[in-house]
Design a protein around this ligand. Structure first.
Ligand code: ZN
Ligand code: ZN
Length: 170
């Protein structure tokens, strides 16, 4: 009798282990499935069409609402929030930081609200083609979203925009 109980306990423990392993297996499978899903989302992003904003700047589409990144004549950056139709709406709680230019001596911009848009505190130095990193927080508690692109300020030969906001397929 005693022996039988011991055996059944062992069997019970073994089946708990088996369930635990099965559970782990399922978790791993789900993790893989989730990663696959994420990759699909990334490629969708990559296929998003280039859009120009109401001022002729680049539309940053990784955040909602979308933001227009526009370089003003005095080489400052102006950030405008856009509604679903791409029309300008007042900036809400968004905060933005931009780093760009020479990698060894980058320009670090912070932004303040000017009317309904955000404007950088400083301007980009000389140069018409350099990488920029835009860090965006949609709300103060939101995770920082990063958009990186090459800021090419040369005029596009085939559309009215500068190359960084070019909507041509070239
Ligand atoms: Zn172009
Ligand atoms: Zn173009």
């Amino acid at each position: 009798m005693k022996k039988k109980m011991k055996t059944s306990k062992t069997t019970f423990a073994a089946s708990i282990l088996a369930i635990a392993f099965a559970g782990a297996g399922t978790l791993i499978a789900e993790e893989k499935g989730h990663e696959g899903h994420d990759h699909a989302e990334h490629s969708e992003e990559a296929h998003q069409e280039a859009m120009a904003g109401p001022n002729g700047g680049k539309v940053i589409q990784v955040v909602e609402p979308h933001l227009e990144f526009f370089v003003t004549k005095d080489r400052k950056v102006q950030i405008t929030a856009l509604d679903k139709d791409g029309k300008a709406v007042p900036i809400a709680e968004q905060s933005v930081k931009v780093t760009g230019g020479d990698r060894s001596n980058p320009t670090r911009m912070t932004f303040a609200k000017e009317g309904e848009v955000l404007v950088s505190d400083i301007a980009f130095p000389e140069g018409n083609d350099f990488p920029v990193v835009v860090q965006i927080k949609v709300t103060p508690d939101a995770k920082t979203v990063i958009e990186k692109f090459n800021l090419n300020l040369n005029d596009c030969p085939t559309c009215k925009h500068q190359e960084y906001a070019c909507t041509c397929d070239h």
